[in-house]
Design a protein. Structure first.
Length: 274
C-alpha cells in the first residue's frame, strides 16, 4: 500500500506541502448577514480554475443557491475587504444529492481581483478518478466555520483552514448507503478519532461545517526526493458531512465537465445572478 512506502512523518510533510499550495487556489466564501447590515458571515469554501481565457470559481451548489434563492457570495480581496463575486452561475444537482456542484464563470473585474491574492488551477492540475483504487488517501482542504472568527465591530477576521488526511471508503460502503462510486468519493471522518494533519498525534478535529465547496486532493506518488517536487491533483469538491455514519462526501471532478461546457457560450460580464 502507498502508506507503507514511506514513513508517516514523510507522508505528513508531503500533505502539509500540498495543503500550503492548495490554499493558494482556495478562497473562503462569505456573505453579508441578513440579521445586521454590513456584518460578515462565513459561508463555505471554493477552488479557482481556468480554461483558456475563462476563469471559474468552483464550489458546492448549495453555496450558490438554497431553497430556490440565489446567494450573493463574496471573498476577501488582498486588503481583506469583502468583494462580491460577479459572473455567470451554473449549478448542477441531482442523483439523490450525490451531485451538488456550482461554478461561477467570473467577470473580468472579479478575475482581476482574484489574481491579486490567489492562483487558478489549470486543466493539467485536475484529475479524473478512474483508476484510483478504493481506500486511498486523500487530502481535504476547506474553511470550517468553527475556525473562523469575525469581529464585525472592529472589522477583524481570522480563519484557520481545515487540512485533513482521510482514506476513502471501500466499495461495500457505497452500496450500503446508496452512493455511486462513479460520482462520489466518501472519506472516512470521525471527529473524535481523527488526525488533524498539522499534528502527528491523534486529536479532536474541528466540526467540518463550512468546508463545502473545498477541494479533495490526491497525491500521485510519495516516492520523491524533495517534498517541493510533490505532484498533486484536484479530484473532487466537498459537498457534505455525514456525522452519523462518519464520512465526508465529495462530488468527483468528472461532474465538472458538463458545467464547464455549458458555460462556454455565456458572457461572464453580463449582469447575471448573483
Amino acid at each position: 500500500m502507498r502508506d507503507q512506502i514511506k514513513s508517516y512523518e514523510w507522508i505528513t510533510s508531503l500533505y502539509l506541502e500540498v495543503a500550503k499550495r492548495a490554499i493558494e487556489y482556495s478562497p473562503q466564501l462569505f456573505i453579508w448577514s441578513i440579521d445586521a447590515e454590513r456584518d460578515l458571515e462565513a459561508l463555505g469554501s471554493s477552488v479557482l480554475f481556468k480554461v483558456g481565457q475563462d476563469h471559474y470559481l468552483i464550489t458546492a451548489g448549495h453555496c450558490l443557491r438554497q431553497n430556490g434563492e440565489d446567494i450573493n457570495i463574496g471573498v476577501l480581496n488582498a486588503k481583506n475587504e469583502m468583494h462580491l463575486v460577479r459572473g455567470a452561475v451554473i449549478i448542477k444537482t441531482g442523483d439523490g444529492g450525490e451531485i451538488d456542484l456550482g461554478i461561477v464563470k467570473l467577470s473580468s473585474a472579479t478575475t482581476e481581483m482574484m489574481f491579486q491574492k490567489y492562483k487558478f488551477l489549470d486543466v493539467t492540475q485536475i484529475m479524473f478518478n478512474k483508476g484510483i483504487p478504493d481506500e486511498t488517501d486523500y487530502l481535504v482542504v476547506g474553511y470550517p466555520i468553527t475556525k473562523t472568527k469575525i469581529n464585525n465591530r472592529t472589522k477583524c477576521l481570522s480563519s484557520e483552514p481545515f487540512v485533513f488526511i482521510g482514506k476513502s471508503k471501500d466499495a461495500k460502503t457505497y452500496e450500503r448507503f446508496a452512493y455511486n462510486v462513479k460520482v462520489n468519493t466518501l472519506i472516512r471522518f470521525t471527529k473524535r478519532k481523527s488526525t488533524y494533519v498539522e499534528k502527528l498525534e491523534m486529536n479532536m478535529s474541528p466540526e467540518p461545517k463550512g468546508i463545502s465547496g473545498g477541494g479533495l486532493w490526491f497525491i500521485q506518488s510519495y516516492e520523491i526526493e524533495k517534498k517541493e517536487d510533490v505532484v498533486f491533483f484536484l479530484c473532487g469538491i466537498m459537498i457534505e458531512h455525514d456525522d452519523i455514519n462518519n464520512f465526508m462526501i465529495a462530488t468527483k471532478t468528472e461532474a465538472l465537465v458538463q458545467l464547464i461546457q455549458a458555460s462556454h457560450t455565456v458572457n461572464a460580464n453580463q449582469p447575471i445572478v448573483p
